[in-house]
Design a protein around this ligand. Structure first.
Ligand SMILES: C[S@@+](CC[C@H](N)C(=O)[O-])C[C@H]1O[C@@H](n2cnc3c(N)ncnc32)[C@H](O)[C@@H]1O
Length: 177
């Protein structure tokens, strides 16, 4: 879903390098965007997700200069000021409230000046018992990290595996050049 938003709404260039932050073991975002850009780095906090995705990349004949999965903890030493775009699809609602700002600051340091962050995630709805992002808090954190928000809006309604309906919210922000 996050890749669909990016493909429809964000200009990608064949030379772009993209971070799929919180890629998960299937790496759906990475796989959908790879053919449109020059390189994807997929990251996750779970070693199992990183290993499984690297196996998938290898099975598809991709070499590490095209696509590689790494642990979040490896990102900063290798990829500072490196990415044109970071995509975080359905990730931030998994991150503890008191950790979110640190993760956004990390992404800020990983982006090139002029690079963009796209967060696509479930919106919290307490009355429906839906675990999602608190949009106001996340907007504040994105801005406090130094990124300029150009989009913060509800995107679409989706059905969860629990059959509940939830809204996906999108935040797009740019690191000043
Ligand atoms: C629901 S999956 C999303 C996978 C993929 N991004 C997508 O859109 O389909 C959430 C992933 O976020 C990862 N995650 C949780 N906390 C994270 C963090 N602080 N940094 C990076 N990834 C994290 C989880 O390990 C999990 O693989």
């Amino acid at each position: 879903m996050a890749a669909e938003y990016v493909l429809d709404n964000i200009q990608l260039n064949p030379t772009d390098i993209v971070l799929d932050f919180g890629c998960g073991k299937h790496g759906g975002v990475s796989k959908s965007l790879l053919q449109h850009v020059s390189r994807i780095i997929s990251s996750d906090v779970e070693l199992d997700a990183v290993n499984k995705l690297n196996t998938r990349f290898k099975d598809q004949g991709l070499i590490s200069s095209e696509a590689v999965a790494v642990l979040n903890s490896e990102l900063e030493s290798k990829y500072s000021d490196y990415f044109d775009l970071a995509v975080a699809g359905l990730v931030f609602h998994h991150i503890e409230d008191d950790q979110q700002f640190a993760e956004i600051q990390l992404i800020y340091r990983l982006l090139k000046p002029g690079g963009k962050l796209a967060i696509i995630d479930l919106q919290k709805q307490e009355e429906m018992n839906i675990n999602g992002i608190d949009v106001d808090k996340l907007n504040d954190r994105v801005q406090a990290a130094g990124l300029d928000i150009s989009v913060s809006q509800r995107w679409r309604r989706v059905k969860l595996p629990s059959k509940k309906k939830a809204y996906l919210h999108v935040i797009v922000a740019t690191k000043p050049a």
